[in-house]
Design a protein around this ligand. Structure first.
Ligand SMILES: NC(=O)c1ccc[n+]([C@@H]2O[C@H](COP(=O)([O-])OP(=O)(O)OC[C@H]3O[C@@H](n4cnc5c(N)ncnc54)[C@H](OP(=O)(O)O)[C@@H]3O)[C@@H](O)[C@H]2O)c1
Length: 316
């Protein structure tokens, strides 16, 4: 079978589409035929050696959707043929950029029939991050939340969850994403390329910051005292924490983790049609290098997905 692995850290060229042995499930694991794998910024950050140190070679990726084709002896609920999705082994393991993989039963959930495999593979990491980040802000119904990078993977789910939870939602993105975000329900939209959000917005009660850097610093200017900013790209630096303190604001970073109960609630929202996932691009697994280049540009609308099913005869 084919998998996309790295043997050294570096630029997208280190992603090798190559032959590997098919894995056998341990007693608590199932083997999946991978139908789609989600691409997340942490995939290329790990590829570069910036985060999540690990032994090599490593098969990239944590988000997956697929079909169970073998089960371990202690597997209770899942059966051969089940369609599942999940966030597997994050942050230590991984291995979803492959035609097949093994995963603990506990890290998978049955895929809603309303979702395609591509949509399902895009969901786990961004939905759990958005969910956990919003929870961390401790907001009440009707309060104002500012979501930066609202059109990205995490952001477009955060917008939908925030609306579900009855918050007043403000999203930042470039102008080409305004209609997309209005359809998802944002109450206010700021085109960050043309306006400075801290100059045009009334104070807010919480910030999900999917951008960081100066966006973080400027957000402090419109965050009410005693409130929380959740900086997702990397932990707030000591200078940023100090700056936040000066504004009477708490700076945190949510670290996404698999939570079956929460993912069950998210799955119910999907099944009820209350939230949806937008696909930016579906790319053949053999072209993972291209998928990473695209993700590193940081302008995806929704999710970039890798699909073993779109394989062409060649490889990179
Ligand atoms: N802490 C955690 O556990 C955790 C988990 C998941 C993700 N993250 C981090 O959260 C961030 C977002 O992740 P993601 O998966 O949503 O990334 P993504 O899908 O790659 O985000 C792309 C989006 O960013 C927007 N964007 C770029 N620059 C912007 C700016 N200055 N202001 C507003 N929007 C801007 C783009 O909008 P335009 O095209 O309109 O510019 C695009 O829609 C990443 O840094 C990621 O590493 C952290």
């Amino acid at each position: 079978m084919k998998a996309v692995r790295i043997h050294e850290f570096g630029e997208p060229e280190v992603l090798q589409y190559e032959d590997v042995d098919e894995p056998d499930p341990a007693s608590d694991e199932v083997r999946l035929r991978v139908r789609a794998a989600g691409v997340n910024p942490v995939d290329w950050m790990t590829r570069k050696g910036m985060v999540n140190e690990r032994e090599l070679p490593w098969t990239v990726g944590w988000d997956v959707a697929g079909v169970v084709d073998e089960i371990g002896s202690a597997v209770n609920e899942l059966e051969v043929g089940d369609e599942v999705y999940g966030l597997v082994g994050f942050p230590s393991g991984g291995g979803t950029y492959a035609e097949a993989m093994v995963a603990p039963e506990a890290e998978l959930m049955k895929k809603p029939t309303s979702l395609s495999f591509e949509e399902a593979a895009g969901m786990p990491m961004v939905a759990l991050t958005a969910w956990q980040a919003l929870q961390a802000l401790e907001l009440q119904t009707g309060e104002r939340v500012l979501i930066h990078a609202a059109a990205g993977g995490v952001g477009h789910l955060a917008v939908q969850f925030a609306k579900q939870q009855g918050f007043h939602v403000i999203g930042t993105a470039s102008g080409s994403n305004e209609e997309f975000l209005r359809e998802l329900g944002v109450d206010e939209f700021v085109n960050y390329r043309e306006e400075r959000f801290e100059e045009v917005l009334e104070p807010v009660d919480g910030v999900v910051d999917g951008v960081g850097g100066e966006t973080f610093d400027r957000s402090l200017e419109i965050l009410d005292e005693g409130r929380i900013i959740d900086k997702l790209p990397s932990p707030p630096t000591s200078e940023q924490k100090e700056l936040a303190n000066q504004h009477g604001v708490q700076a945190i970073m949510t670290n996404v983790h698999w939570d079956r109960e929460w993912f069950g609630e998210i799955t119910e929202l999907v099944e009820n049609g209350a939230i949806s996932l937008t696909l930016d691009t579906v790319i053949p697994l053999s072209q993972a290098q291209e998928a990473h280049r695209l993700s590193e540009e940081k302008h995806a609308q929704g999710k970039i997905i890798l699909s073993p099913e779109n394989e062409e005869s060649g490889s990179n």
